[in-house]
Write a protein that binds this ligand. Structure first.
Ligand SMILES: [Zn+2]
Length: 307
């Protein structure tokens, strides 16, 4: 894995025009990756004490031009630009206000991560090292109508602990001191969500164990990344959040013994309601193998009848 220090591309030393060009280039990458359909999404850059660049409303992020980028203040008042600013800038403003270290905010609707935000399934931790290092624990904010002023309020409970937040039934917002890194987070959160969906299809999940997690969280300090679990990692323990996702995987595979949990941090899959019902009806002298055979036979019969 190639972990690198943040690049200097969005240092305040680059000109405002270069920042606008970088915003257009990020927009193109977002559109090519399929993270924003139609005119969805918006991103912004902090360029001064109370000055920000942001994308205009109603335009594809795949074809942005530097002269279409708007300049606004922290209240969202437009200071320059021929097009109207995005209606969601106030959410960006809430992040900039809460996090003086943040210089770039990107909001979009990457399909795999957004699927988790729609299903109401928290992204699990303790599974994938890239997700741990670049994202850490990712929370889901409650749904608010897109463009509404309350969008900022909905994400505020999570902005101090993470640079990536899922927005309930809506999408993702990523932020960082560096525009390029904010974009990396966007790609990584969607790639991670996609990997989780593919893993679910395969039917088993190996989790990282406690020692591996402590190592990863400590590694973040060396890269200059914060993590709310750092203090715990230094004490030698990191809490994992896997159950929400694991229950979906185990729901698919039942209790056939294919679930794997190296670190013992994920729950063992529970039998489905029908399997529990069949087990409770089985004669007392039946062994576990007999019960499993009985469950399989009855399930097969049910499936054959249903078919
Ligand atoms: Zn949106």
């Amino acid at each position: 894995m190639a972990y690198t220090k943040p690049s200097p591309t969005s240092s305040p030393r680059i000109s405002e025009f270069q920042m606008k060009e970088q915003m257009c280039s990020i927009g193109r990458r977002i559109w090519i990756k399929g993270f924003c359909a139609g005119n969805e999404g918006n991103h912004s850059y902090r360029i001064g004490e109370n000055r920000f660049l942001c994308t205009p409303t109603g335009i594809s992020k795949g074809d942005l031009k530097p002269d279409q980028i708007c300049t606004v203040d922290g209240e969202g008042k437009q200071l320059a630009g021929k097009m109207k600013r995005t209606s969601e800038f106030l959410m960006h403003a809430a992040i900039y206000k809460a996090r003086p270290d943040v210089n770039a905010v990107i909001h979009s609707h990457p399909p795999h991560a957004t699927a988790f935000a729609i299903a109401g399934v928290e992204l699990p931790t303790c599974i994938h090292p890239e997700a741990e290092v670049f994202l850490g624990p990712v929370k889901t904010a409650k749904y608010v109508t897109p463009g509404d002023k309350r969008l900022g309020e909905s994400i505020l409970p999570y902005v101090m602990d993470s640079n990536t937040i899922l927005m309930g039934n809506h999408g993702v917002v990523c932020f960082h001191k560096d525009m390029e890194y904010a974009y990396y987070q966007l790609e990584i959160v969607d790639a991670y969500a996609r990997i989780l969906l593919l893993t679910k299809q395969l039917g088993s999940v190996n989790t990282l164990n406690g020692e591996e997690m402590v190592e990863l969280v400590k590694l973040k300090e060396r890269f200059g990344f914060g993590d709310p679990r750092m203090a715990d990692a230094k004490k030698g323990q990191v809490a994992c959040s896997t159950s929400d996702y694991m229950s979906r995987v185990s729901g698919d595979i039942g209790s056939k013994g294919r679930m794997s949990s190296n670190g013992g941090t994920c729950p063992v899959p529970q039998p489905s309601a029908i399997e529990r019902a069949i087990s409770s009806l089985a004669p007392a002298q039946y062994s576990d193998a007999d019960v499993e055979q009985l469950v399989q036979t009855i399930t097969d019969q049910i499936m054959a009848t249903a078919g």
